[in-house]
Design a protein around this ligand. Structure first.
Ligand SMILES: Cc1cc2nc3c(=O)[nH]c(=O)nc-3n(C[C@H](O)[C@H](O)[C@H](O)COP(=O)(O)OP(=O)(O)OC[C@H]3O[C@@H](n4cnc5c(N)ncnc54)[C@H](O)[C@@H]3O)c2cc1C
Length: 520
């Protein structure tokens, strides 16, 4: 079995794990990061897209609110290219109690969150599709954040400081020697080969799967509760500002404009297994109704896709009676689980809870705790160091796609019309990723994520991948079939209206014309 040696093994390549790898690498540690799949294929790639201002938590969860206020400002500085500065509104719909607005604004003041009440008429001018029955409106510095860009930027930054990023490497067991974790056994999910990583320290950043990893060290009962939430992407931007209902956090109360779409979410329900979270028809119906409260006519817009993610909510058995609790009542703050204090096992720490917005703080807290255990204090640098791609400090803007295209309009073939991806950028991404998986390419550049869900671009991309990746015909066809399967999973629970027509057209193209099930 191959053996890798490292100072720090990070398990999990979501926002937290990538943040931890970046932080530890900046402090001069040798780092290996392992994920069982592609980076950000877990919850981070299935979240709602909101860089929280903290407004959502000012009344119910003040600690989480304070963390969001601080981290929102820091991420805007260091990850500008991953963020679109949409701004946010909290609005009192006809179904909400206007008095909550007073508690809300008092909470914002306490948290030093820059919020301001504006006239309803002004809010409606800003967002003409908003429910005209709203009674109060407040501005906040919410924004949208692209998880894939964020995670890859942090991982690339870590790699530039020597970290080794192992995607498709599942941790199948931890190596425990006496009272310490000394590394892990990994399986390459593509080749099936096994490999051992001998690590000075192991950091568990596997989100909703954290309890499964902890069990591998012979530790039972760490309370990471998977909290399932669904989201629906509408095919265009119904709003250009993040819209929140001004009420206690509830289901379906936030609409986030992200890139070319707007996403309504979410729900919060305890899940038995973080890998089994299919959205149900009832959840979809309820979510569309929630959309109507914010934007009348919501149901008539084109619902493109539904998906679910799982929150890693921390409620430890040893800390409280962990009977059937409402996941919505678990704090959104994070916790470092110290397995020396809790279980007598050293060189091993688990991160639990938190949000994508607080990924940097979570990484700092975890690496600080490791440094304390090692007696090796090294200062955190992530408040000021800028990971790759964000150096110019400019926020992402939707128009940048057209600007990029215009530069090569004449000579370059357009491959994905919905996301404006030209052939050159696609080939570059394919070479950079070195992956035979079209879904990996999708996550890198949003290929096939527009209204046609790959209907018009993915067979072109398959041909290009065939050439660039030197895949044989069979491998290329398999990659295409897998991509279509994945897209279908997110479409079938929500097929109605125009998207149903689109799905029929795509089906004719792939099954009728190209007969993808039978191509060699
Ligand atoms: C519905 C929903 C909406 C949300 N919306 C927002 C929002 O708008 N704003 C916000 O700030 N936060 C939001 N959150 C919270 C946020 O998405 C999560 O807190 C965050 O993404 C968690 O990141 P993570 O890296 O800890 O976990 P993940 O992204 O899940 O990463 C864990 C990784 O561990 C890997 N892994 C699991 N088992 C193994 C193994 N055996 N070996 C190797 N790797 C393994 C997984 O593949 C995965 O990639 C939302 C969460 C949900 C569920």
């Amino acid at each position: 079995m191959a053996l890798l040696q490292t100072d720090v093994l990070v398990i999990g390549g979501g926002a937290t794990g990538a943040g931890v790898a970046w932080d530890a690498a900046l402090r001069g540690y040798d780092v290996v990061l392992a994920d069982r799949a592609d980076l950000a294929e877990g919850t981070s790639g299935r979240f709602h897209g909101l860089l929280h201002s903290g407004g959502r938590y000012v009344v119910k969860d003040p600690v989480a609110a304070d963390e969001c206020v601080a981290e929102n400002a820091i991420l805007r500085r260091v990850l500008a290219d991953c963020i679109e500065d949409t701004g946010g509104l909290f609005v009192t719909t006809p179904d909400d109690d206007p008095a909550y607005g007073d508690e809300f604004i008092a909470g914002c003041r306490r948290a030093a969150l820059p919020a301001e009440e504006i006239d309803v008429a002004e809010a409606l001018r800003m967002e003409p599709r908003l429910n005209p029955g709203i009674r109060r409106a407040f501005t906040v510095p919410d924004a949208s954040i692209d998880a894939w860009k964020t995670v890859w930027s942090l991982a690339r930054g870590a790699a530039e400081h020597g970290a080794r990023i192992l995607t498709y490497h599942r941790v199948v067991d931890l190596v425990v020697d006496g009272d310490a974790v000394t590394g892990a056994r990994l399986r390459n999910e593509v080749t099936g080969e096994e490999l051992e990583v001998a690590a000075g320290f192991t950091l568990n950043a596997s989100g909703a799967w954290a309890a499964q990893i902890v069990k591998m060290a012979g530790i039972e009962g760490v309370g990471v509760i998977p909290g399932k939430g669904i989201m629906i992407a509408m095919n265009h931007r119904l709003v250009n500002t993040v819209i929140n209902r001004c009420t206690m956090p509830a289901d379906g109360d936030i609409l986030v404009p992200i890139r070319t779409v707007s996403v309504i979410g979410t729900t919060d329900e305890r899940a038995a297994d973080p890998d089994e979270i299919p959205p149900t028809q009832e959840e979809v119906d309820a979510m569309l109704d929630d959309g109507e409260r914010l934007v009348p006519g919501f149901r008539e817009a084109r619902a493109m896709r539904v998906w679910a993610g799982v929150r890693p909510l921390f409620q430890d058995e040893k800390a409280a009676g962990a009977e059937a609790i409402d996941t919505r009542d678990v704090s959104r703050t994070h916790a470092v689980v110290d397995h020396v204090a809790r279980d007598g096992i050293g060189r091993f720490l688990t991160m639990s809870g938190g949000k994508l917005t607080t990924l940097r703080l979570m990484a700092q807290d975890l690496v600080d705790a490791m440094c304390r255990q090692l007696g090796d204090e090294r200062p955190c640098r992530t408040k000021t160091e800028i990971p790759p791609g964000n150096a110019d400090g400019e926020y992402y803007s939707l128009g940048s796609r057209v600007r990029q295209r215009e530069a090569t309009l004449q000579e370059e073939q357009l491959i994905c019309e919905c996301e404006m991806i030209g052939r050159r950028r696609l080939e570059e991404a394919m070479r950079r990723r070195g992956s035979a998986n079209l879904d990996d390419i999708r996550r890198s550049m949003r290929l096939g994520m527009g209204p046609c869900q790959g209907g018009f671009c993915i067979y072109r991309a398959t041909g290009i991948l065939h050439g660039v990746g030197r895949l044989d015909g069979e491998q290329a066809s398999e990659s295409l079939r897998r991509f279509l399967q994945e897209r279908w999973k997110g479409m079938w629970p929500i097929l109605y209206g125009d998207q149903l027509r689109q799905a029929r057209l795509d089906d004719w193209i792939f099954q009728g014309l190209l007969d993808v099930e039978h191509v060699p």
